[in-house]
Design a protein around this ligand. Structure first.
Ligand code: IMP
Ligand code: MG
Length: 183
């Protein structure tokens, strides 16, 4: 299988506009709640950085790293914690910041773990959502964009480690190199 960049799905200017709107809604809801924002690495790091810089008061930041994909474009359904939180979230207001929700399996698993630690509240903010690909229900409080069931890269999102640094979001073009090969 060969992969290359396809067309731009969401240009950076449009992302920036939407991120500011999300930051305004989040700022209203979390003002004086001393929230902890949890970025899901690696994909969410650029979205998280832009979002946080549009929030006009101090918030706590932590990160988790999980892997579920290997180098494929389909989730395996098996989620591994590669890096856990540094902070204790008991009785704290927690907002998970994700790059994209596809099947929902990764976040479903993460939410279960984090709920068991007794936060005062636990909500989800995701930049992108592929609603037609969902396998488990995920309550999304803050959503950037619903997108079609395409594999996308850029603005933090990768394919096999590539393209994270690109400012726009692109559709990945996948070309089958062998007859009958499957992604
Ligand atoms: P899910 O468990 O199927 O919801 O997948 C969640 C994770 O898979 C995301 O946090 C991403 O890291 C990755 N992922 C899903 N779809 C895409 C995509 O279109 N581009 C890049 N990464 C993706
Ligand atoms: Mg992710």
């Amino acid at each position: 299988m060969k992969a290359s960049l396809g067309e731009i799905l969401i240009p950076n200017a449009e992302i920036q506009r939407r991120v500011k709107e999300l930051a305004e809604a989040i700022s209203r809801d979390y003002y004086e709640k001393d929230p902890i924002f949890i970025g899901v690495l690696k994909g969410a790091f650029i979205f998280m950085a832009d979002l946080l810089r549009s929030i006009p008061f101090s918030v706590y930041i932590d990160f988790m790293a999980v892997s579920s994909y290997g180098d494929s474009t389909e989730t395996s359904g098996i989620v591994k914690i590669d890096k856990d939180l540094d902070m204790d979230i008991r009785n704290r207001h927690v907002l998970i910041v994700e790059d994209i929700i596809d099947s929902g399996l990764t976040l479903h698993y993460l939410l279960r773990i984090l709920y068991s630690r007794g936060p005062a509240s636990l909500e989800v903010c995701t930049l992108l959502n592929k609603p037609t690909r969902r396998k488990v229900n995920i309550p999304i409080k803050y959503l950037g964009f619903d997108i079609p069931p395409e594999f996308v890269v850029g603005y933090g999102l990768d394919f096999a480690g590539k393209y994270r640094n690109l400012p726009d979001i692109y559709i990945l073009k996948i070309e089958e190199t062998q007859v009958g090969s499957v992604i």
